[in-house]
Design a protein around this ligand. Structure first.
Ligand code: DGY
Length: 321
């Protein structure tokens, strides 16, 4: 009997591919770029499973192009806003993600952006490299204190909680907003649950960890930025559209807030051009989960889900309702 056929839409760690090839025929997009929509529609045809990236929109059109034998699409990401969950569920296709294994890496990157923005690390590094440094000076690259300041966490899922703990370890006071309270974290680090208005008004550093949903699109816009302290820093390692990027660029330019550290953008890989001209923002290319072990573990979960579904078992991290 022919072995099931799996499409991997982008190169993933070799170990993950080797594992997949033990049981399945595997085609990998070996080019170092996402598939175009037309390529994706053509390549999914006849596949039993797809290992997808957050850059692949998986909707009814793609699943119909794949055909009724397609049983599972496993995202190489914890976020799955690229999935049309209802369309897949209607067609009986299992959708999976990779929760848990990237919390440390993602939270570490968010906290790195916080520290680097507060202490103007990128600007200072460039200054030295550009040969502009003429010696120590008392009022030179003055940044913000972190210890003792208030860290606001929007969205207290696994990653938000991890950042909150890192903040507490740095002596920060933690406030948070979420759809539900977390008495355990409150007891562990003295975190305080607040409403969104208080979160905006009191945070010295506001870090975003909400999923991208219709109700969280532009969670931070012009009005919210105006409600923040002029000395505040905004960190986004969640999803780009959670922030109105044009409004943020204006706010940073007009010093409505002090700075921002961004891992994600509204229209990746495009970055709002006005942001790129500003010194008070650090931009990195959606790399929060990018450590060797984390990416390997993300692939391991995706491969495990595909293997389980194609051999008649339940997936471990299903996102269908
Ligand atoms: C995710 O997993 O959702 C990240 O954005 C990429 O690792």
């Amino acid at each position: 009997m022919a072995r099931p056929n799996v499409l991997v839409t982008r190169m993933v760690p070799q170990e993950n591919l080797d594992r997949l090839r033990e049981h399945f025929e595997v085609e990998v997009n070996a080019e170092d770029r996402p598939l175009t929509r037309a390529e994706l529609l053509a390549k999914v045809k006849g596949r039993d499973a797809i290992l997808s990236m957050l850059t692949d929109t998986i909707d009814g059109e793609v699943l119909d192009a794949a055909g009724p034998q397609c049983k599972v699409v496993a995202n190489f990401a914890v976020g799955y806003n690229n999935f049309d969950v209802a369309a897949a569920t209607r067609r009986g296709v299992v959708l999976t993600n990779t929760p848990g294994v990237l919390d440390d890496a993602t939270a570490t990157l968010a906290f790195t952006l916080l520290l680097a923005t507060a202490r103007r690390i990128v600007e200072a590094d460039k200054y030295v490299r550009d040969g502009k440094w003429t010696g120590w000076a008392p009022l030179f690259f003055i940044g913000l204190d972190v210890d003792g300041r208030t860290l606001g966490v929007a969205g207290l899922g696994r990653i938000g909680k991890n950042v909150a703990r890192k903040g507490a370890a740095f002596g920060m006071k933690v406030i948070y907003n979420d759809v539900r309270r977390d008495p355990e974290l409150e007891a562990a680090i003295g975190a305080r649950f607040v409403d969104k208005e208080t979160l905006l008004a009191e945070s010295d550093f506001l870090t975003l960890h909400v999923p991208l949903l219709p109700e969280t699109r532009h969670y931070i816009g012009e009005k919210e930025l105006a409600a923040m302290k002029p000395t505040a820093v905004l960190i986004n390692a969640a999803r780009g559209p959670v922030v109105d990027e044009k409004a943020l660029a204006r706010a940073l330019k007009d010093k409505v807030i002090w700075g921002a550290g961004l891992d994600v953008f509204e229209n990746e890989p495009m970055v709002e051009p006005e942001l790129l001209g500003l010194d008070n923002v650090i931009v990195v290319p959606h790399v929060a989960s990018g450590t060797t072990e984390t990416r390997l573990n993300m692939g391991r979960i995706a491969v495990e889900n595909i293997t389980r579904v194609l051999t008649g078992e339940a997936p471990t991290t299903c996102v269908n309702p």
